[in-house]
Design a protein around this ligand. Structure first.
Ligand code: M6R
Length: 594
């Protein structure tokens, strides 16, 4: 939920770190900070001001130094203030660290360190890290040995970057939190995520779990942990060259990433249909043998799992169930021998999903992950990885990754029941329908609708079967991006309670396909009779529609185009209501803490 970044090279570190922080802001922001080393001196700056303001102040200082660290924080331990902002330092101020993750034994470590005479200045668990290293130095260990001891001392998740004022190097370590190193020409960019350094290099070294590394002017080295003689060895892993197709991070001419990402969906879908991910065939072999299939995900990815429950494996007669990652622990004991887990996650770093997968693996389940990050923690834990290949999704709200997840499930379905031959055809129809829905005329129509809904206190959304999943996902978008109270109902459940909420002018958005039109028309009349204003998304307008958005049926893939107008609507309402669509309040893109 936080972003860590570092720089070691020939150029001034501060401007590079500040740019990198900006690109990591999507991971959550409530405060930030940086440290730059210069000739044994340390310039430490921390702030709760907006990042742009922080940047202006720091740039005006012209900080000298070519090594540094920076951090954007999403608070877990301690309020968002400058003292809790990272980097954190040792008592003597020479050791500084940035951390993303949660230390489960943070309180215990802090108590021990305080007994040993250390003074803490923040409420964070992260501050224990520089003090632990300082304590090891006091006990006579070398800097390398002190850092390499951390995996034995820390319990929980961490991506740590650490510097010592007198050492021209950056130390790096990770467990269950992402950390990679961008490699330029004699310069290094360790960071939580690839986007942070992408404009500067497309060569990346992935770091494995609990592998203490040190980056200096001669390269990246692994610190020997278990040899009594200590020492370092060069990291023999070659950098991976990133695919240029997926490396575009620019907003182009768009005002926000969210809009750019919504409008990319016709092409992300087309790419998946034209060049289906290779591992699909291998996945078929695993799934055909499965005693049962659990689809696991959080947030939007969970909605994709719910879609999977309807659309996937039915033709092949498979037993498929969707589970929310954070709830999986309550169902784990029901996992039968031979079960296969399909874990859906855009980032591959969602802590709840990783936790659920680990527990399923503990019970012998095989794991297939469907993710946008092939080198993520989730991917590395999986028996098979199906890439979403949506390209970087930087707005906090999931958009193109969701439709790609639905598409991958349908492609997988096609693998399992090729005789059906409907899935790929329906995906092409979905692509065409998206093109219509993102046309200038369609967007202008949705903007009109946005003005009607932006002033309402709440919005209700309804659908049956897979269209209920669209209602759920649309409600999530309206909540997180537009900041509206939005509630989704099963179309058939209306009379069992929700009708009590309907009063004069209450907006209800209804999703349906051709086959469901008659029943939806009846439900709409009942709603209108009680004062509701009915907005519809489907191929044909209902007689009672107040406002209608035409989204052509695409067979099993209909939920793919039908979510597009609601993504656009949430975006437009956010703008009308003065909210930043890319950075919803209190949320972060990757939820790497439980
Ligand atoms: O990276 P993941 O797909 O595992 O993320 C899961 C959720 O955190 C994510 O979908 C979240 O709900 C989005 N902000 C929704 O737009």
């Amino acid at each position: 939920m936080c972003g860590v970044t570092g720089y070691l090279g020939q150029r001034a570190a501060a401007p590079i770190l500040l740019d990198s922080l900006k690109r990591l802001e999507y991971r959550g922001y409530d405060s930030c900070g940086l440290v730059v080393l210069n000739d044994g001196g340390v310039a430490l700056r921390r702030s709760v001001e907006p990042l742009d303001r922080f940047r202006t102040v720091i740039l005006s200082e012209n900080l000298p130094g070519t090594v540094g660290l920076a951090h954007t924080r999403w608070a877990t331990h301690g309020v968002a203030d400058a003292l809790n902002a990272h980097p954190h330092s040792s008592c003597d101020g020479t050791i500084l660290a940035v951390h993303n993750g949660v230390l489960e034994n943070g309180d215990e470590l802090r108590a021990t360190l305080i007994r040993q005479g250390h003074r803490f200045t923040s409420d964070t668990d992260s501050e224990t890290i520089p003090h632990l290293v300082e304590q090891s130095l006091r006990e006579g260990q070398t800097m390398d040995a002190a850092f390499a001891a951390l995996p034995r001392r820390l319990v929980g998740s961490y991506a740590v970057l650490l510097v010592h004022a007198k050492t021209d190097a950056i130390y790096a370590l990770r467990r269950d939190s992402p950390l990679v190193i961008g490699v330029g020409d004699n310069e290094y960019f360790p960071a939580s995520d690839i986007p942070s350094f992408l404009p500067l290099t497309s060569r990346v070294v992935y770091i494995t779990q609990d592998e203490p590394l040190v980056i200096d002017r001669t390269g990246i080295h692994r610190i020997r942990q278990h040899s009594p003689a200590g020492g370092r060895e060069p990291l023999d892993r070659l950098p991976v060259i990133l695919d240029q197709n997926v490396t575009s991070l620019s907003k182009d001419s768009f005002e926000h990433y969210m809009l750019k990402e919504i409008l990319e969906q016709a092409s992300t879908l087309e790419r998946l249909i034209e060049v289906p991910p290779e591992p699909l065939a291998k996945a078929r072999a695993l799934l055909q043998k499965a005693s049962s299939i659990k689809l696991i995900g959080a947030g939007t990815s969970y909605h994709a799992c719910l879609f999977g429950e309807h659309a996937f494996g039915v033709g092949a007669g498979l037993d498929v169930e969707a589970c929310v990652s954070s709830e999986f622990e309550f169902r784990a004991s029901l996992l039968r021998p031979g079960a296969v887990v399909v874990a859906l996650s855009q980032s591959g770093e969602t802590a709840d999903t990783i936790h659920a997968v680990r527990s399923a693996q503990g019970r012998g389940a095989k794991v297939i992950s469907v993710t946008n990050s092939e080198m993520s923690t989730l991917a590395q834990m999986s028996d098979l990885v199906i890439p979403l290949r949506s390209g970087p999704e930087l707005a906090v709200a999931a958009t193109k990754s969701y439709t790609s997840q639905l598409a991958v499930l349908l492609l997988l379905d096609q693998e399992l029941a090729p005789w059906a031959v409907t899935d790929v055809r329906s995906l092409w129809k979905a692509r065409d329908s998206i093109l219509n829905l993102t046309s200038t005329a369609a967007r202008a129509h949705i903007a009109e609708l946005a003005h009607e809904l932006a002033v309402r206190p709440e919005v209700f959304l309804m659908g049956r079967g897979p269209h209920y999943v669209t209602a759920l996902e649309a409600a999530l978008k309206l909540k997180e991006v537009a900041g509206l109270r939005a509630e989704a109902f099963h179309g058939g459940e209306m009379k069992h309670g929700p009708l009590a909420l309907i009063e004069e002018g209450a907006p209800v958005v209804m999703f349906y396909d051709r086959a469901g039109m008659t029943r939806t028309e009846i439900a709409a009349s009942e709603l209108i009779a009680r004062g509701a204003l009915v907005f519809t998304v489907g191929e044909q307008r209902l007689r009672s529609s107040h406002l209608h958005v035409r989204a052509d049926d695409a067979g099993k893939a209909t939920p793919i185009p039908q979510i597009i107008p609601l993504q656009l609507l949430s975006y437009e309402i956010a703008k009308i209501r003065g909210r930043d669509p890319d950075h919803p309040r209190n949320l972060a893109k990757s939820v790497t803490v439980i």
